[in-house]
Design a protein around this ligand. Structure first.
Ligand SMILES: [Ca+2]
Ligand SMILES: [Ca+2]
Ligand SMILES: [Ca+2]
Length: 350
């Protein structure tokens, strides 16, 4: 793949001229197009490049076969099909490293198909793998988000990707990835070590009956069906009897956090009278707490009504251990030695 990439890079200057002429304008007939987000407070969607192949060609794409054989792509009825038994590769200039990538991909063969939607100039990037078989230690069909190269599994969803998949990937400027299949959130991950891109690369291995269409790349996050994510996962807490409880939770969301809520389930029913949570995630107790364990559930909701809940416990323990007189004797002895040494030192100086 490396040599193929180099070949691509060498010719990219010439291709760049062609690209400027042949790049499609934003498609006006995007099948299964993502519902454009965000709403008011965010930047409008900004399509950087797209191709729906409805003109019947792959102008703007560099195609090759991994082992140097004949590449086998055909455009039929505005859809790119991959054929033969080689590894067909197709790349397109793309400088987007944060934003939205959407495309339709047909997984019809076996083995492995993939899209590296971010590739930097050194060949490092991020991609999706559509796995009919075991891959990266996942012994079932799956869609995998990977870092490449070498390939590292970041997150995955066990599912059968056979047939057409409408995929949307978003990455915000914190490196937070969301992957949607038919607009359902299937994968989340945070990885922010690779920050630039030079191209997008489709790879179809032993690839009969695979294909792709409707590639749209924008430099804005155009879909947010993900709930807020906790920046630190809430953990079980302990306080002493008589103490006030303060616990600050931190969450992030692309379109913004709307509400926080907390419920105490200790009695087996929903109780909202014992604890409160502020609009920025600070939990406090509303009443004096008894010794025991409180089972708490916090729900954080974004401005688009996507919410995530987490449960943890608060243990209220009896105040510290009873006074131990032997400790005082030991401590007193220590202090006496320090005083004697200090007196001797001062005497010596005077
Ligand atoms: Ca075209
Ligand atoms: Ca098409
Ligand atoms: Ca959200």
């Amino acid at each position: 793949m490396k040599s193929a990439r180099h070949r691509f890079l060498v010719t990219s200057i010439l291709i760049g001229l062609l690209l400027a002429l042949s790049m499609s304008s934003p498609a006006d007939e995007i099948r299964c197009s993502p519902e454009l987000r965000p709403t008011g407070s965010n930047m409008p969607s900004a399509v950087v490049w797209s191709d729906d192949f409805n003109d019947g060609d792959m102008d703007g794409w560099e195609t090759w076969e991994y082992f140097g054989g004949d590449v086998n792509f055909t455009v039929v009825d505005g859809i790119v099909y991959s054929g033969g038994d080689g590894i067909n590769m197709a790349s397109h200039d793309s400088n987007v490293a944060y934003g939205t990538w959407s495309f339709d991909i047909l997984i019809g063969g076996y083995q492995l198909s993939g899209v590296n939607f971010i590739n930097d100039a050194t060949g490092m990037g991020y991609g999706l793998r559509f796995c009919i078989e075991s891959h990266n230690g996942i012994g079932q069909s799956s869609i995998q988000l990977i870092k490449d190269y070498p390939e590292v599994l970041l997150a995955h969803r066990v599912m059968n990707p056979s047939g057409w998949n409408n995929i949307t990937v978003t990455r915000d400027n914190t490196g937070y990835f969301c992957v949607y299949d038919d607009e359902n959130l299937i994968i989340e991950a945070v990885e922010n070590s690779i920050t630039t891109s030079v191209d997008v690369l489709f790879v179809f291995e032993e690839s009969a009956d695979c294909g792709f269409d409707n590639v749209v790349v924008s430099d804005t996050v155009d879909m947010d069906k993900a709930p807020p994510r906790f920046l630190q996962e809430p953990t079980d807490q302990t306080i002493q009897f008589g103490e006030t409880f303060y616990y600050k939770l931190n969450a992030s969301d692309y379109t913004g956090i709307d509400t926080w809520a907390i419920v105490d389930w200790s009695s087996g029913v929903s109780d909202t009278s014992t604890f409160a949570i502020s609009s920025n995630g600070l939990i406090t107790n509303l009443v004096d707490l008894e010794i025991g364990v409180y089972d708490l559930e916090v729900t954080v909701t974004d401005t688009l009504d996507n919410s995530r809940s987490v449960t943890f416990s608060l243990s209220v323990e009896a105040a510290g251990p009873a006074f131990d007189s032997t400790m005082l004797v030991v401590a007193g002895g220590g202090i006496a030695v320090i005083v004697i040494v200090l007196v001797m030192f001062l005497k010596k100086r005077s």
